[in-house]
Design a protein around this ligand. Sequence first.
Ligand SMILES: Cc1cc2nc3c(=O)[nH]c(=O)nc-3n(C[C@H](O)[C@H](O)[C@H](O)COP(=O)(O)OP(=O)(O)OC[C@H]3O[C@@H](n4cnc5c(N)ncnc54)[C@H](O)[C@@H]3O)c2cc1C
Length: 499
Amino acid sequence: MIVPSPSSKRSIAMASKRSVAIVGAGFTGSVLAAHLLRNAEGPTTIHLIERADTLGTGLAYSTANAAHLLNVRAYNMSAFPDDPRHFLRWLWSKDDGEAVPPSGHAFVSRARYGAYIQDVLREARAEAPAHVALNTVQGEAVDLAVDDGSAPGGRKGVRLRLGTGAKLDVDAVALCVGHFPPSPPPVPAPEVFASDRFIGDPWNAAAVSAIDPDAPVLILGTGLTMVDVVLSLDNQGHRGPIVALSRRGLLPTTHVETRPFKSFVHPQVMPRTVLDVLIALKADVRRAREEGYDWRAAFDALRPYHPLIWKHLPLDERERFLRHARPYWEVHRHRMAPEVAARIDALRANGRLAVRAGRLTDLALTPDGVEATVRARGGEDGTWTRTVGVIINATGTECDYGRIRHPLMQALLRRGLARPDPLRLGLDVTEEGALIGEDGAASDRLFALGPVSRAPFWEMTAVPELRSQCANAARTLAHARPEGIASTTNVLARPRVSR
Ligand SMILES: Cc1cc2nc3c(=O)[nH]c(=O)nc-3n(C[C@H](O)[C@H](O)[C@H](O)COP(=O)(O)OP(=O)(O)OC[C@H]3O[C@@H](n4cnc5c(N)ncnc54)[C@H](O)[C@@H]3O)c2cc1C
């Protein structure tokens, strides 16, 4: 059902004992909805609110560019933790030429994966029992308030407001809002950021496709988003030179097929410092090599333990990791598909792409474009300047909710219903995803899932983690009632972080 027109501004009253609103229908919101459709025991209405005109694809899987591949092998991309071959079966059922071997060792296009998630949602809706209804709403949630029911005529629950002015009253809300574009780099150049020479959202396909094919391009960031942008430019016949810049100039490593390897981690004896983790991981890599494995096997063996390790690291150690080890960790953990890496290598080899290490110190508009000044890392080359036609900010998603300007996020903070986590990785949430308010109390009706909820886990970005989170959260949300959700979560004091 579509929300009423802006002028009507009436509440949407649904005759149902339980009602849950899911804000955002990317992977997380859609898979959460699918679980609720399958598992809700009593009469339930699920309102799935999405501002885009497609459900299921979100930011990652809405690209139409066939060169944008998954960075996880197909065999590890099932939407369901209890059915690991679900995505493979779906792929094999489609006779569309994207051959996937029986092992599932293949990197298929992200657009293909978006179609899969759409089918997951469609199927769950078609097979849902009669007492569960899915109400899809196209619109943007811009405000949210919790009503404790104490005012005359008040109703316990949550009231969501959409950009159209329509309102929605529900028992619980799951925020599955995904990723926010990066903030501009820390140089004083508002006139550049306001100009059409600066593309602040690297996923804005229309802006990237409008770049003059001969323009020199500077991409800020050298991670997987930079790789996507370079592939898009190459596909559209870009001829101008491309420079990709980051502090260390590190490129993502490349996937190779690995065999299962046993990690050093013993759940009973968890490391308490980052140094301990890194020393043990290095020893694992050495052991792996001696036994004929690739280093990636040792790295991958650690992945199921990331949340446990993170949980056992004191806050100052987590901060140490973010400050010193994160860039190196990211390039080993978030790898390119081999076919993507081969294209990037070829572009570097023929001089069309240069990857540089350094720090952007200044940007200035000139008649021909933007003059960028960079202090080279290590100082060997000193400072260099380059005039480019376009700058694309691919420095990574903004996770500091104190800086995110989206009205819904600002409303949550302003009303004291949420707070950024101390390390600015996302919103402060319990392990169950309950939002922790300004007063340190965990909400019994507001939840956040997906990348926004990574603070207690560190690793809550990719499908292998998100699918389990969705399955678990659906079990909790299935009990949403006007009186809230009985929760095991406690009141948390805000930990201190040294800065
Ligand atoms: C470019 C890219 C590629 C990736 N590739 C992979 C991969 O290959 N494998 C992998 O495992 N992971 C990958 N990831 C990680 C990714 O985080 C997850 O796989 C997953 O897509 C996250 O889904 P999400 O629904 O949480 O977020 P998103 O995909 O960002 O979806 C959030 C949705 O919420 C909507 N929304 C936001 N705010 C509102 C609002 N106020 N009102 C209404 N709607 C709203 C947005 O329009 C969007 O559709 C990739 C991430 C990116 C950014």
